[in-house]
Design a protein around this ligand. Structure first.
Ligand code: SAM
Length: 249
């Protein structure tokens, strides 16, 4: 899935108020968040607590998408925000959506990749990557870039899914070998903690069940959501939801 794929995906989502409403309501998040992730509101609160950033610091959101979850965190914790995504369309929409959060002066979005964010070393007080780490082709390199961005003592929080059976070839290739703790360890982080999130799984299962029953009409974003649900549900019990945190030395 390259940047062009995501550009088209975001163009479809950007044009669908119904798709945005579906995810927002199913996850229970405020309407301005417009998430492209599967983290319920309680999960966003857990991420905010785990980032443990002081007001006024800089949060970097890697693979930020349309920016809503990162802006929710920045607003909640009173932080500056820098978001990076390889989809220029996501960055364009994120920039436009800053006013929804009153963060026009305090949030910036730019095109960049996991391995090459283009941001200054040691500038970040906290780094977050929500439901996107599976798309990095080299997990250790991606984690090393996060470590490079953080000042000593700064925290990273990753969310996503890991296979229950490592290497499970029923799962999409990007998820088969995911091991958040191993990537963070190999990148030299300390205090690596990996937590299973069964309560997020429950919300996600309900969301996909509802999505599979949708009548998407001719809305391409809803069609794509329904297709994703039909792929996700049969594999649901083969992976679990994970949040990983670590500290830059
Ligand atoms: C499931 S979305 C999550 C977006 C956002 N974090 C959120 O929570 O709404 C995954 C994101 O990863 C981005 N992405 C995928 N591969 C990437 C790469 N190699 N470098 C940067 N971003 C990437 C996509 O463009 C997409 O925005």
């Amino acid at each position: 899935m390259d940047a062009k794929y995501f550009d088209e995906w975001y163009a479809g989502i950007g044009a669908s108020a119904a798709d945005e409403r579906f995810f927002t309501e199913a996850l229970g998040v405020p309407v301005e968040v417009g998430p492209q992730n599967l983290v319920p509101l309680a999960g966003l609160r857990q991420i905010a607590a785990a980032l443990a950033a002081e007001p006024g610091g800089l949060l970097v959101d890697i693979a930020c998408g349309r920016g809503g979850p990162g802006m929710w965190l920045a607003r909640e914790l009173d932080l500056e925000l820098l978001g990076v995504d390889f989809s220029a369309e996501a960055v364009r929409q994120a920039t436009k959506r800053r006013s929804r959060f009153g963060l026009t002066e305090r949030a910036t979005f730019a095109v960049g990749t996991f391995d090459s964010t283009g941001l200054a070393a040691g500038a970040a007080d906290a780094v977050v990557c929500i439901d996107a780490f599976q798309f990095s082709s080299d997990r250790v390199k991606a984690a090393e870039e996060m470590r490079r961005l953080l000042r000593p003592g700064g925290r990273v929080v990753l969310t996503g899914w890991e296979p229950k059976q490592p290497g499970d070839d029923e799962l999409p290739e990007r998820m088969r070998d995911l091991d958040f703790g191993a990537a963070l360890d190999a990148a030299g982080f300390t205090d690596v903690v990996r937590t299973l999130k069964p309560e997020w799984d429950e919300v996600e299962h309900a969301l996909w069940t509802q999505a599979a029953a949708l009548d998407p009409g001719d809305d391409p974003a809803l069609v794509s959501t329904k297709e994703e649900a039909e792929q996700a549900l049969p594999l649901f019990d083969r992976r679990h939801r994970v949040m990983a945190t670590a500290v830059a030395p």
